[in-house]
Design a protein around this ligand. Sequence first.
Ligand SMILES: Nc1ncnc2c1ncn2[C@@H]1O[C@H](COP(=O)(O)OP(=O)(O)O)[C@@H](O)[C@H]1O
Ligand SMILES: [Mg+2]
Length: 263
Amino acid sequence: MLKEPLIKIENVGKCYEKKGLFATKAVHAVDNVSFTVDKNEILGIVGESGSGKTTLVRMILGLEKPTTGKIWMNGMDVHHQSRVQKKEFHQKVSVVFQDPGSNFNPHFTVGMSIMRPLLIHGEKKEEAYKKAEKALELVNLDPSIMNIYPKSLSGGQQQRVAIARAIILQPEVIILDEPTSALDISVQAQVLLLLLSLQKQFGMTFIFISHDLNVIKYMCDRIVVMHQGKAVEMGTTEQVICHTENEYTKRLLAAVPHIENRK
Ligand SMILES: Nc1ncnc2c1ncn2[C@@H]1O[C@H](COP(=O)(O)OP(=O)(O)O)[C@@H](O)[C@H]1O
Ligand SMILES: [Mg+2]
């Protein structure tokens, strides 16, 4: 029997209307994209800024409705779920964004930020507190930071807190939208290593978005290349990095200074 994919993205498109001075223009942020994500894999989505990556992420998360197409998770249409199904979905799929500003509510302490998903899902406060402390340990942070505000932490520490919150409900899938793009190179490497180790330890599935092919190559089993809203190429990391025939992917590869195996 053929294995069903965990997530199926089927002919998905998103069109925005952009109001100009004299006319309204249609922007095809995402244009007829289809791919699947298997359980336990790290799927990379790479493409330059404005290629539609974040719009796609927002649709997978159910935050934005596709103009065309459908997104399935475990055989369920993400955009046609009952309230109970939505709650279950938010337990199974979590997200880390690039910008700590969009990851955290400034009025919440580190502890509250991490505990909130648990409290929403009916966990008792004392239990939630203990689990949040444990999650901080898992991302190599000292639980003593529970009572401070994320904005007083460094960028790398803030992303670790965002990761602690993303794993707190033991999700099946974490979507990481440029999670290290705002960090210094050395800090970036530590956070990527941490993500790889958590993914292995808990058998999670990652959808990992980046504009940086070096990072994607390091992290991902398979890659989808996006260009102007379209998925222009997909394949294993080896196929895409070493054997691409696609003109756009070749240009992306040529722009990366130290990537190996370039033709
Ligand atoms: N809410 C919105 N309204 C209008 N246009 C948008 C909106 N969100 C994104 N876009 C446009 O869609 C395109 C893709 O953006 P985005 O998904 O953020 O790309 P990426 O994450 O790859 O940088 C861009 O041209 C962007 O300006
Ligand atoms: Mg983006």
